[in-house]
Write a protein that binds this ligand. Structure first.
Ligand SMILES: [Zn+2]
Length: 294
């Protein structure tokens, strides 16, 4: 099992063997490619593009896909996924990244915002012409976008998924079986303020490993403000490392945040004994490796 980072800074950190860099953010910021890293591209969430041209937002009978619209419960502002000009802009950006010796590209938020989206005149017309039902049309639209992105990517290719193992098709147009044909692995973010309660992390990890037809990389938040929360994170990593994961990624503020986690684990002799006593072999190997560096 690999251990890696999801980071906002384009630099690798010793002790981690998978580096995911946020190249395009949900606020619309875009950055130059980070070479030899997996570059993560937020596709249809783009607050800046929507501010510049409000007509591109996805819409529903409850109004637009904006955070400020309290009738829909959305964490980001979503562009309509069938907007041809916006799609072309994202695909060109992805193609540009691949010219810079990146390790790979991960698509993020490349789907419909929710079940009732998008009913803009273009989407309704495309749906009618397709002869498919609403969910089938949505999944076909999203799978087609992934296929087009994959054609532009001459390096590694992965997708993040919204961690809903049951309703992803109806809500977002995500057909995990279809998507599996295009990607090297799935990146499943299970973000939280802390993991002092963690049964749901184990539950979703089991569900996704069993149902997804490609390897799974799990992302956990590592911006932990105190020792109790840092220890809960490390123990959660240990428990999920018993599953057949391709890797665990830690979401960090910056490289120093990543090194803090390593140093905390290395100094914590009780935790290292606990790993050995209960035979958390993979996690033990990772922490013993950190101990040779930190
Ligand atoms: Zn639309």
């Amino acid at each position: 099992m690999k251990v890696g980072l999801v980071t906002y800074t384009p630099e690798k950190v010793e002790g981690f063997d998978l580096h995911v860099y946020y190249a395009k953010w949900a606020d619309g910021s875009t950055f130059p490619a980070a070479s030899e890293m997996q570059n993560d591209v937020t596709c249809f969430c783009d607050a800046k593009a929507i501010r510049e041209d409000p007509s591109i937002v996805a819409v529903s009978k409850n109004g637009p896909a904006l955070r400020k619209n309290r009738r829909v419960n959305l964490p980001f502002d979503f562009v309509c996924p069938t907007n041809p000009e916006y799609q072309a802009k994202v695909l060109d950006y992805i193609e540009g990244l691949c010219k810079e010796k990146v390790e790979g590209v991960t698509l993020n938020l490349y789907h419909f915002p929710e079940e009732e989206f998008c009913v803009c005149p273009r989407c309704v017309e495309l749906w009618r012409q397709s002869g498919l039902n609403w969910t089938q049309w949505k999944t076909q639209t999203i799978t087609e976008f992934i296929r087009e992105a994959k054609e532009r990517v001459k390096c590694g290719f992965a997708v993040e998924i919204w961690p809903d193992p049951v309703l992803a098709k109806e809500r977002f147009g995500l057909d995990f079986d279809q998507i599996a044909e295009y990607v090297d692995y799935f990146h499943v973010p299970l973000s939280a303020r802390d993991y002092t309660t963690m049964y749901w992390v184990d539950l979703l990890t089991r569900d996704f490993i069993k149902t997804l037809k490609k390897p799974v990389v799990l992302e956990l938040s590592a911006e932990m403000p105190n020792d109790e929360k840092a220890e809960a994170l490390l123990k959660t990593m240990a428990y999920v490392s018993r599953h057949d994961l391709k890797g665990i990624l830690l979401l960090v503020h910056n490289s120093e945040n990543a090194r803090q986690i390593c140093r905390f684990a290395v100094k914590n002799s009780e935790f290292r004994e606990w790993l050995k006593k209960y035979e958390f072999t993979e996690m033990s190997r990772i922490v013993e490796n950190w101990a040779t560096i930190y």
